[in-house]
Structure formats: C-alpha cells, structure tokens
Design a binder for this molecule. Structure first.
Ligand code: C2O
Length: 590
C-alpha cells in the first residue's frame, strides 16, 4: 500500500508504550525512575505497568493540560532543546547586514555562496506603496492566459539578463532565499546566530516580503506597474500539475533541473515525499489532494500557531516547529518538483537552490494566498484564525532589495495587510473547503481486545511504526471548562523533542486510532498529520531539532472518540532517520 514505508512492510508493529511525563530529555532507560517523576498520581499505574500487570500505561501529560501555551506571554511549553533565555525582554529576530557563507548540503550545485551584494549605504526602513497604485491581482497560471504568462516569462528573462552584481538579477533573487535558509544572514547583535525562515512563525511573513519585492522588480523591468505574479494553484484540480509553459524548453520559465517524470500533464501528489509513486488514478490523486488540503487548512489549522508555526525569537534554537501548510503541501510540493535523481533533489527539492526555478515564485504565491484564505475565508467555531499579536513576531525584520536596488528593512508588521501592499488574489476556487476526510472502517482503532502493546521508551528511534496510548487530559478537568472555553480551545497532540537526520529527506506520518494504519488512504481521517523535512545541514550538526503539533478535536469527533480517556497514536516512518522525544495531549487556546 502506497502510504506505508518499506520498513513497515504491512506487519503491524504494535509497541506497548510508556509515556514519561517527565520530559523526553530526562527519560531514562529503566522503568523504575519514573517513581521520581512529578506525575505522582499515575505512579501506581506506572508500577503496575513495570510489573507487567497493567494493560497499558498512559501519559500524564494531562497534568499541565489546562496551561494553555500563551504566545503573548512567551509561554514555553516545549522541550525541543531550544536554548530559551530567561526573562521577558523583547526578542524579535532582526536580520543584520552581516552575511557569511551558509551551510550547503554535500554535492550542492554552484554557486556555493549566496550572500547578496553588500549595500553601499545603510538600509532604509520600509514604507508602504502609494495607496493610489493599481491593485495587482495575482491569479492562477491556468486562468491568467498565455499573454500574461508571456509577461512573466519576459520579466524572468529581463532579471536573468541583469549583471549578477545587481541585487535585482534573477541570480541574486534566487540567492536571497538561499541566504535566509542556510544560516548565511546573521541576527543583529548575535553574530553567532543565523536567521532561519523555515519551520517557525517567520515562514509566511518572510516569503510574503520576498515575493512583494520580487513582483515589484518584475513590474519595474517590464515597465508595467500593475504586473501581478501568477500563482501555481496546485490545490484546485485544474492547477494540480506543473503548468505547461514552465515545461517549454524554449521558455525562460523552463528549468532543466526538475523531476522529468513530473512534467505535464502529470497530476501533482500533494502527499508526495520521494517514497515512490502511488498506484492511483488521476481522479484518486485529486480526491486525496483535496482531503489533504482540508486537513492542513481547516481541521488541522484551528489556531494561529497551528497554521503559522511556532514562536522563534532572537537567541532561540532555530526551527521550533512549522505550521500545517509548511509541512504539506509546501515541503511536499518542493520535493515533488525537484529532480529525484539528484542527491538533494535540486532545484526545488532543497532550500538553497529552490529559488533558482522560476516556478518557485508562483508556488510561493499560492502559499501566500493560502494565508489570506486561512484568515479570511475559513471559520470553525469561535476559534481564532488571526495573526499573532506578539511584538516579537511583529518586530522581526528582514533585509531585502527593492525595485530601485535599495536595501530595505521590512518587518513582519509591514506585511500583514496585503491591501496596503497593493495586491490581492483573484479567480481561485477552494474546492477542498468541503472535502472533509472520511473515516476508514476496520483499522483496529483501540488496543482493547486487540494485539497487546509493547513498551516504548522515549526518546525512541522511529525505525518501525510505533503505537502509543496517549492519555487525554482528565475528564474532570474537561468538565470544569465552560462551554465557551471549549469552543475556543483545540485539543492538540504535541510531538516533542524530534531529531531528524538533517542530511536526508525525513518523513513520518501520524495516525490516530488506527493500529492498522496501512489500511488508511492518503487524506483518510485517521491520518492526522505528516512530518516532512527537506535536507537541512546546519551549524548545529547534522540534526534538525524540532517539534510537531497535530490538532485532534475534529478528528476525534469524526472518529466518535470524544469520550475516550486516551488516543491511540501510531507514528509511521516513511523515509529517513528520526528520533521522537515524547508525546503529550494538551488543550490550547490562543
Ligand atoms: Cu523558503 Cu518554499 O521555501
């Protein structure tokens, strides 16, 4: 079955789980030290379990379940190895002009140095464009028509023809992305730390600022002030595939370093991750894609941090954890597009080179559009779908060159209102808004009467599928919560202390109440999340340390499991080496 890994060869590897409420990093390899854990009320259970008498042992994560991680008070509930500093001083990530040679993966393609040309003068602060400027309407490639695409092609050709020393050249524009993802750009006042714009709350705002200037440079070179970037809307059936014009060898939009088997008219698989092609019809792939979109945009993204990513402040370890859309389809479509025969899946399949493909910009146009869609067009109960108001987020800033080749400092605050930036999106449908995934019958949801669970001690190397009973916050506590609180909160599975091999593409999937997970199709309701990283060698060694959050409320509702004391979580490795620190379930509201 396509969704299972080679290492899970269809045999259900159920593992009995011990979930230490003492945090993952402190987990020991014997059972008894648990007695010293702060989670004393589960002690008797623990001892029972250690003696083999208890059928399963659950997490005591419920202890802090009422503690809603409050983003505005800098609440750190993570144990991801982030070297958080104490105190509440403001800590936005401010990009410095200092740029050093970044960390590229082995076998990278030149150029190996991606810092932009130094600016002769100090950066200027961003100012909004004249409100009288024409509003650019970004539309999907498949609706804008040939004439508009010819314009985009001409803009790329003009950028490619600028001298490489010009920061507006295509060469340097591609480098900008490379510099911000390889640790080349340094943080102001912290020359020892790089600025990383993936796997955190900087993901959406950075890429928005980057596209904003890219689009204005294109418009300026074209002499067409209203020019709008076309977007690759891979989330609607008509857009699911590389648009023809990008595959025209004679076009400036062509990139020879792409996956040849994914040339048009191949339908894109939003769940792709270099694990091989699935044996599905186009209609099936489209249906699965819509369900993946629903999960990532609707049921999985009910709170700001679940969608936008985790807080990342000056001095923090990088990559605290991305939002749903960054995992997929963002990362998955990068790998789907890149050339799988190259060690790093260039160009699109790896951060440092992704900007070298003219398809990168329409890809990110679609990502940016999904941010607008999430905020404006999706309502679920009373849960907040709004941007953060944390000053550390708002005051974080990037340095980018504008259409006049001036170095500009632009903050997250500056990019929150697309209207003020004088652009909008048009002619895009959201067919996935109603594609609520279906439940899969016969997947052996709970251990009762089923196969016994083996012990799992965290941290665990995910060499095979691991099934874990994770206790939900105690019911009494749930009952005490008012209806209003319940309407605003989301039940979240937190996967902490993740260590993924930075030298490989790593993927694992998260299933809920499906011990026979291999029966669940892509986008099935029980498939609650996908962890997917691109290669990312860094200063901190060959490991990506991060975390993942998976929204559970709607999934448990659909599975009829709202009343259960625990959730059966199965983590299924698909590719690469990864270690998991621990799991817990908490209620969050933001
Ligand atoms: Cu900065 Cu699509 O990656």
């Amino acid at each position: 079955m396509a969704t299972t890994s080679s290492s899970s060869n269809g045999t259900l590897l159920t593992l009995r789980v011990l979930l230490f409420c003492a945090l993952a990093a402190a987990a020991t390899t014997t059972l008894l030290p648990l007695a010293a854990s702060p989670c004393s009320h589960s002690l008797s259970r623990t001892i029972l379990s250690a003696t083999g008498l208890d059928p399963f042992l659950l997490s005591c994560a419920g202890d802090d379940a009422s503690a809603s991680p409050s983003l505005s008070s800098h609440g750190d509930d993570d144990v991801d190895g982030a070297n958080h500093e104490t105190g509440k001083a403001s800590r936005p990530i401010v990009t410095d002009q200092l740029c050093i040679k970044g960390e590229l993966p082995p076998d990278a393609l030149p150029p190996f140095q991606c810092c932009p040309p130094a600016s002769a003068s100090e950066p200027i602060n961003f100012t909004f464009p004249d409100p009288g400027e024409p509003l650019r309407t970004r539309r999907p490639v498949h609706v804008v028509g040939d004439e508009h695409m010819a314009k985009y092609a001409r803009a790329v050709a003009l950028m490619k023809s600028l001298p490489v020393s010009d920061p507006r050249s295509f060469y340097q524009q591609a480098n900008v992305h490379c510099a911000y993802c390889t640790g080349a750009h340094r943080q102001a006042g912290r020359p020892d730390m790089g600025v990383q714009i993936h796997f955190s709350w900087l993901f959406f705002p950075f890429h928005r600022a980057y596209l904003y200037f890219f689009e204005r440079i294109a418009a300026k070179l074209l002499g067409d002030p209203g020019f709008a970037l076309p977007i690759w809307s891979w989330d609607v059936p008509e857009g699911m595939g590389i648009p023809e014009v990008f595959a025209d060898v004679a076009s400036p939009l062509y990139d020879p370093i792409r996956e040849p088997s994914h040339a048009p008219p191949k339908v894109a698989d939003l769940d792709f991750f270099l694990q091989g092609e699935k044996n599905l019809t186009d209609q099936e792939v489209i249906l699965h894609n819509l369900r993946v979109m629903y999960r990532q945009m609707v049921s999985g993204a009910t709170l700001p941090s679940l969608f936008l990513g985790q807080p990342y402040r000056a001095g923090d370890a990088e990559m605290p954890g991305p939002g749903t859309v960054e995992w997929a389809p963002h990362n998955t479509m990068h790998t789907w597009t890149g050339d799988s025969s190259r060690p790093n899946a260039e160009n699109m399949g790896v951060y440092y080179s992704a900007g070298r493909d003219p398809l990168f910009y329409p890809h990110h146009g679609n990502i940016d559009r999904l941010w607008e869609t999430w905020r404006n067009d999706i309502a679920v109960g009373r849960r907040r779908r709004a941007d953060f108001d944390d000053p550390d987020w708002l005051d974080s800033s990037f340095l980018l060159y504008d259409e006049e080749a001036r170095l500009v400092r632009i903050t997250v605050r500056d990019v929150l209102d697309a209207d003020k930036l004088r652009y909008t999106y048009g002619d895009v449908a959201v067919p996935w808004l109603t594609a609520r995934p279906h439940i899969t019958p016969g997947v052996n949801p709970k251990p009762k009467g089923g196969l016994p669970l083996e012990s799992v001690r965290f941290p665990v190397s995910l060499d095979a599928a691991a099934t874990v009973e994770v206790r939900r916050p105690p019911r009494a506590q749930q009952l005490r919560r008012s209806l209003e609180e319940k309407a605003q909160e989301e039940e979240v599975l937190v996967i902490e202390g993740i260590e993924a091999d930075a030298g490989d593409f790593v993927r694992f999937d998260v299933y809920v109440n499906a011990r026979e997970y291999y029966k669940v199709p892509v986008g099935g309701r029980e498939m609650a999340g996908t962890f997917a990283t691109l290669k990312h060698p860094g200063k901190e060694g060959m490991v990506v340390r991060t975390s993942m959050r998976v929204a559970l409320s709607e999934v448990l509702e659909d599975l009829g499991a709202q009343g259960d004391e625990s959730v059966t979580v199965t983590l299924v490795p698909v590719r690469g080496k990864v270690r998991i620190g621990g799991l817990k379930i908490v209620y969050m509201e933001e």
